[in-house]
Design a protein around this ligand. Sequence first.
Ligand SMILES: Nc1ncnc2c1ncn2[C@@H]1O[C@H](COP(=O)(O)OP(=O)(O)OP(=O)(O)O)[C@@H](O)[C@H]1O
Ligand SMILES: [Mg+2]
Length: 271
Amino acid sequence: MIDQVFAGLEIRDLRVVFDGFVAVDGVDLTVPRGDIRFLIGPNGAGKTTIVDAVTGLAKATGSVLFGEQQLLGKDVHTIARMGVGRTFQTATVFDELSVLQNLDIAAGAGRGPLTLLRRRSGVPPRVEQALETIGLTEALHRPAGILAHGQKQWLEIGMLLVQDAKLLLLDEPVAGMSADERDTTGELLGVIAQDRTVVIVEHDMDFLRRYARTVTVLHAGAVLSEGSVAQVQADPRVQEVYLGTASAGEHTSAGEHTSAGEHADDDVRSA
Ligand SMILES: Nc1ncnc2c1ncn2[C@@H]1O[C@H](COP(=O)(O)OP(=O)(O)OP(=O)(O)O)[C@@H](O)[C@H]1O
Ligand SMILES: [Mg+2]
């Protein structure tokens, strides 16, 4: 059981097929506990689908071990209870509820909706600690809907912390954030990873260079390259994909697999 407290992630031969389209094509991915692993790759590379498969949202074959526990085949709620949490590309907080109420709901703790909606006098220690970690202690009674964009993302991370997630998968958390918010998020990652494992999908190369411990580059549903930031940056295959010179016609069935698209600032070579 000790492994569950602070476990790593071991993905083997992961495959996700949507109506005959192979979105994830035999991915092996080992993320040691305590790592901050960045998943990068052009639009449509399969990054979000891997997160979906790990968290039970997408049907997959292969193996996904979190510590000693097999996640594949379990439903979303079971996987969450096993200590695996994720955020989405767009924040999913309850806008009308306060920061504290959002955290309360995430913490669950068997309270009924009426109790949850009543303003609490005492804040449970777990929630208090999460508030401090995500820097929202001062904002605890503020409706989530009026939070700054960055604060909403941090609240979502806080919701995973109160759920006691030990493996966090974050899908493009710094997209749309200001420079200051990015810095704060980077520091938050370091704190979170002290006793958790973090997998983060991110297009922002400056952010990656500053905060990644290791990087896996995906392309067309497969692992293209893996290693330190310097290693993947120096990999000619990665440069090819990011320059949009990868062999034409390869894996283009969804029509958005060129790398010169939405994320043109992704050139991994620029330092
Ligand atoms: N539910 C679905 N049904 C059919 N195809 C899907 C589904 N979800 C994803 N896909 C396809 O699978 C491929 C991988 O998508 P995915 O969202 O994992 O890419 P991504 O790497 O996260 O891209 P982005 O950087 O744009 O977020 C894409 O071609 C996408 O169109
Ligand atoms: Mg995605």
